[in-house]
Design a protein around this ligand. Structure first.
Ligand SMILES: [Zn+2]
Length: 471
């Protein structure tokens, strides 16, 4: 640890650069910060605490958060007053349910009132998230502090598959590579030792260059959006390209990781696929461990509730719930009982690794991945995509569902060149017919490519209809 600090200390004025938060690059200002190391060192101990001790810690942090919110955050003061509540009325997780949810709409409409009055403007960092509904959501983090804490948690997670600061990484996420339009699809960041590659230019023509460059770079890890690395993996499999022997694991986050993607990635890259779930809103963070693919929810990061369709907590392993999260680390703009719009399935067994963290069996189907049937009911798209075996994806290169009208679903397909349109049409209808029969008409439409969202992510469903869940 000391060596890294010394090394970073010798680097020329990294602190003069404006702070820009991008996943994938632990900025030197973070690696130098006291908050980063304090949080990291704390997590090295707390991750082995007993369940009782972790809950005790959460309650203590929650109490601090609620007092702070009541005293300093106008929005919460109003909510408490309207309910006739005081922070002391909330003593445990059950009591927390006395407070109403904070939805994305509430954040959008009340942002100035969600900022703590005891934080001066100079300490605030305005951040926007891609927003799963396609509308960007803005909120505030604590400048210099939030990012440091976030990275301490991320590093702790990645440590589980051996990742250390200073390891060489290829980053295939939503980062924009300025030189990509002139044919150089990557950018080397010497301080972080990251090769940031463009996820917007992946095609059969450019992929051989990506493969060569990655092989020459010899990364220890690849950080990727699952959708982007899947494109690379398919290309490598179709062309019998050998894996990169230096890569120890793929670090995947920010999008659903489907079982067929994991299978494909493990087959092609011959290494561990590590997945995590997080929100830039700083309310929930969970990741796999060295022993299992369950998502281990960090209790030190936030309090997570799973809320079922009827608004009550999910208490069995067969039912998905919406993730409602209370972040314990962003006092500048606290989110208390924040409805994330993400769904998860709980897991109540304990993990072999020995951490007493709450577990999620999987995080599946963002809310926008619901299809509206002709009677107005919802069909989850997730299972249709979950159930496909990865070997079936050879005929289609990319697929995206588009819904503009209830009961009608357009399947946009980028097909492999060696198959006819008629062939692919039958094939695609065969794959999805059973799931939608009688409830939703399917139409296959051929396209040349499927655009990514502004943040470079990829969605299986482009849902144009408004979706509400659990009200
Ligand atoms: Zn574990």
């Amino acid at each position: 640890m000391m060596n890294i600090m010394n090394m970073v200390n010798r680097l020329p004025h990294p602190l003069k650069q404006p702070f820009k938060y991008i996943y994938g690059t632990i900025h030197p200002s973070i690696r130098l910060s006291k908050t980063f190391w304090e949080t990291y060192n704390f997590l090295q101990k707390s991750q082995w605490w007993s369940r009782e001790k972790l809950e005790e810690y959460q309650i203590e942090q929650l109490s601090k958060l609620l007092h702070h919110a009541y005293t300093n955050v106008p929005y919460y003061r109003r909510v408490f007053d309207e309910k006739g509540l005081k922070p002391k009325d909330i003593q445990d997780f059950g009591d927390l349910r006395k407070l109403p949810y904070v939805t994305k709409e509430i954040v959008r409409d009340n942002l100035p009132d969600l900022v703590a009055r005891n934080y001066p403007q100079s300490k605030l960092q305005y951040v926007t998230t891609g927003g799963s509904t396609g509308i960007p959501l803005g909120f505030y983090r604590e400048k210099g502090i939030s990012g440091a804490k976030e990275w301490a948690f991320m590093l702790t997670q990645w440590n589980r598959v051996g990742f250390k600061i200073g390891d060489r990484c290829v980053v295939l996420r939503g980062n924009v590579v300025r030189s990509a339009n002139s044919g150089k699809f990557w950018e080397y960041h010497p301080i972080s030792k990251n090769l940031v590659v463009s996820s917007y230019h992946l095609s059969d023509e450019t992929l051989p260059k990506y493969v060569d460059k990655i092989r020459e770079f010899k990364p220890d890890y690849i950080q990727a959006y699952p959708s982007a690395i899947t494109i690379l993996a398919r290309f490598m499999r179709a062309n019998n390209i050998a894996p990169f022997p230096s890569v120890k694991a793929l670090l995947c986050g920010s999008e659903n990781l489907y079982p067929w993607q994991r299978e494909l990635l493990e087959e092609v890259f011959q290494c561990r696929v590590f997945s995590w779930y997080g929100l830039s809103e700083m309310a929930a963070l969970a990741g796999e461990c060295e022993k299992s693919t369950y998502y281990h929810v960090f209790p030190e990061y936030g309090i997570l509730e799973l809320i079922g369709n009827d608004g009550s907590p999910v208490i069995d392993e067969d039912n998905m719930g919406e993730i409602v999260a209370t972040g314990l680390n962003n006092f500048a703009c606290p989110l208390i009982r924040y409805r994330t719009g993400d769904l998860a399935l709980p897991e109540y067994s304990s993990c072999e690794c020995g951490r007493n963290y709450p577990l999620l069996k999987r995080v599946e189907g963002r809310l926008q991945e619901f299809v509206v049937a002709n009677d107005g009911s919802f069909i989850t798209l997730g299972p249709a995509i979950f159930s496909i075996h990865h070997a079936e994806w050879t005929k289609i290169k990319q697929i995206q569902f588009l819904q503009e009208t209830p009961g009608e679903l357009i399947v946009q397909v980028v097909k492999a060149a060696s198959y006819s349109e008629a062939e692919i049409k039958d094939y695609v209808l065969g794959l999805f017919k059973a799931r939608f029969e009688g409830r939703c008409e399917l139409e296959v439409r051929f396209v040349d490519h499927i655009p990514r969202t502004q943040s470079g992510k990829y969605r299986f469903l482009n849902q144009k209809l408004p979706i509400e869940f659990g009200d």
